[in-house]
Design a binder for this molecule. Structure first.
Ligand code: NAD
Length: 336
């Protein structure tokens, strides 16, 4: 019997291509796993389910506790709530964790970047509470609760402590959103003072913070922020180290975790076999560490570092010519 069971959601667009490659890499590295493959996104509707996040898929993640997910396309204007927002809310995956670092062999404008973005995943402006006050005037409600603000702050400080990180910077706009961002800040400040005074702590207004990110990104350690800011800043950070093809991510809750790349379903290159699977493979490495399979995780990381350093088998987004499967083959060859 396989040691682990993991829910696998191939997703849409390039999702099936990058999940196939990732699955091969994980198995070749020695992971004993039974994949429980289930749909989400446009694929779920095509297969006859009435929701982009079928109840069966949700129940499987609850039961198996870990999922590896390809990107999905949420059909626009058809009344479906985004799969990702549903997953995060229904499974209470309150922390999005996105490590962003320079990779060997990938030339970028900056060196020495090694930051982690911790994003609150369940509320803020993503609560989806919108109203038409009168025709032509709409509002979108930003929600902040003390429970969620405290929970994400405690998660970030605990993560920093476990990973030997030194400093947490909160990006905020409490000068304008005095109550909601004010609550976020107060909660983080309280956890710092009462539980983790040993971790350095600073607060930066997000606009100034974004400037610092592109002036001196190597000075940033752990960034903590609410939902929308985290979404935007994650892509900015991805751009600093080589783009969306090289940034992994995880959505963590107390009872389940879903691992996925930051990038979307890339319809422009879907089905062509050219997508870079590295971001999902890196998300797989985060998943392995979460499952205490550190040795297998290290084997894969060493292999992709070697392939990138060599620079002979890179996908197009990184300036090479290799296809998705070719990149995975090169990585697997390094593990033999
Ligand atoms: P995208 O990330 O799909 O694509 C942005 C650009 O990056 C495109 O040019 C694409 O070709 C390129 N790119 C992305 N991933 C790549 C990879 N692995 N290798 C090589 N190039 C890659 O963003 P988008 O175009 O804004 O969104 C497309 C769809 O994806 C939308 O339906 C959106 O809702 C969805 N989306 C899903 C997720 C998710 O499921 N986690 C995240 C973001 C966007």
């Amino acid at each position: 019997m396989a040691k682990h069971s993991i829910v696998l959601i191939p997703g849409d667009g390039i999702g099936p291509e990058v999940t196939r490659a990732t699955r091969r890499v994980l198995e070749s590295a020695g992971l004993s796993v039974e994949w429980v493959e289930l749909p989400a996104g446009a694929a779920a509707i095509e297969q006859g389910f009435d929701n982009v996040l079928p109840e069966r898929t949700l129940a499987a993640i609850k039961a198996h506790k870990v999922a590896l997910k390809g990107p999905v396309t949420t059909p626009i204007g058809k009344g479906f709530q985004s799969v990702n927002v549903q997953l995060r809310k229904k499974l209470n995956l309150y922390a999005a964790v996105r490590p962003v670092r320079n990779l060997p062999g990938i030339k970028t404008r900056f060196d020495g970047i090694d930051m982690v973005i911790v994003r609150e995943n369940t509320e803020g402006l993503y609560s989806g509470i919108e109203n038409e006050v009168v025709p032509g005037v709409v509002t979108s409600l930003k929600v902040a609760s003390e429970v969620a603000c405290t929970r994400i702050a405690r998660y970030a400080f605990r993560y920093a402590t476990r990973r030997g990180r030194k400093k947490i910077t909160v990006f905020h706009k409490a000068n304008i959103m005095k109550m909601s961002d004010g609550l976020f800040l107060n909660s983080a400040r309280k956890i710092h003072e009462e539980e983790y005074p040993n971790i350095d702590y600073e607060e930066t207004i997000i606009d100034a913070g974004c400037m610092k990110m592109v002036q001196k990104p190597e000075a940033i350690d752990v960034l903590l922020m609410e939902n929308l800011y985290g979404d935007v800043v994650s892509d900015l950070a991805a751009g600093l180290v080589g783009g969306l093809g090289v940034v992994p991510g995880s959505n963590i809750g107390d009872d389940a975790a879903v691992f996925e790349a930051v990038h979307g379903s890339a319809p422009d290159i879907a089905g062509k076999g050219v997508a870079n699977p590295l971001a999902l493979i890196m998300s797989g490495v985060m998943m392995l560490n979460h499952m205490h399979e550190e040795e297998i995780a290290k084997r894969i990381k060493t292999a992709y570092d070697a392939v990138l350093t060599e620079g002979k088998t890179l996908t197009r987004d990184l300036g090479g010519k290799a296809g998705t499967e070719e990149f995975a083959d090169a990585l697997i060859a390094k593990m033999k």
